[in-house]
Structure formats: structure tokens, C-alpha cells
Design a binder for this molecule. Structure first.
Ligand SMILES: [Zn+2]
Length: 140
């Protein structure tokens, strides 16, 4: 994406899950085609190995304070100017990186399947929608 502050292109990463559980409630249907993944936003804790996978794509993915969200969570930082790029902008704004509205915006997104055995414990907020167009277009 283009950084909101310096306008230079910078990579950003985010996590999706096909199935999530929160306080005994299940979200998502892993058998749906195209998949309708749950977005994991405002992540405050995640397994170290998964963090390393994300950092392989975006080394500046780190926990930092967000004044907007009033909490500390894992966020992307611009690789040029270090500006933080909050999850609300990534997932919640139509036309944002993980809320594409056009073919051109979908084409900018790369989807990587992370093989998981068992269950991962992640402290985050679950969100639905926004990413649907990515998977509809790819027929995944
Ligand atoms: Zn920047």
C-alpha cells in the first residue's frame, strides 16, 4: 500500500482465519466456497512462530500503542518513515488494503496459506466482511 504519511509503497500484513472461537462461540465456516474468512484485528498476543512468519513479509510488524484504539496491539509500520498503519485503516475502510473494492485493489493482495496443526491461541478482535472480494475473485 501507499503509506498514509509519506506516500511511499510499503508492505502490510494481516491475519485471517477460516474458523475462530471466542468464549465458546464459533465464527466462520471452513467448508464455505469461496471461503469467507474472519479477520483478526487488534492482535495483542499471538504465537511466536506465527509472528515470525508475518515478519518474514513485513519486518516492521510490531506491538505498539495506538491512540485511536486506546490500546497496544500488533501493527504495521511504514518501512520508509516508520509511521504506524492501524488495523482499522487496513480492514475497516472500503478501498483499504484488506477491504478492496475493485479488481485493481484485489490484484495488490497476496494470500498465503499458513499450515496449522491443532489450534492457535490468538488474542484479537474478530471481524467479518471486507476481504470477501479477494476470495470471490480467486475462487479459493
Ligand atoms: Zn511512510
Amino acid at each position: 500500500m501507499a503509506c498514509w504519511k509519506c506516500r511511499e509503497p510499503t508492505p502490510v500484513v494481516g491475519l485471517l482465519a477460516t474458523l475462530a472461537e471466542d468464549d465458546g462461540e464459533s465464527y466462520g465456516d471452513p467448508t464455505a466456497r469461496p471461503v469467507e474468512p474472519i479477520s483478526l484485528r487488534n492482535i495483542t498476543d499471538l504465537p511466536y512462530d506465527l509472528l515470525q512468519v508475518m515478519r518474514a513479509y513485513q519486518p516492521r510488524y510490531a506491538k505498539r500503542e495506538s491512540r485511536t484504539a486506546g490500546m497496544s496491539y500488533y501493527q504495521n509500520e511504514c518501512r520508509h518513515c516508520g509511521a504506524n498503519i492501524g488495523d482499522f485503516y487496513l480492514f475497516g475502510e472500503p478501498g483499504g488494503p484488506f477491504f478492496p473494492m475493485s479488481e485493481d485493489e484485489v490484484a495488490l493482495v497476496e494470500v498465503l496459506d499458513v499450515p496449522v496443526i491443532g489450534t492457535l491461541e490468538i488474542e484479537a478482535d474478530c471481524g467479518q466482511g471486507g476481504v470477501d472480494l479477494i476470495f470471490e475473485r480467486r475462487g479459493k
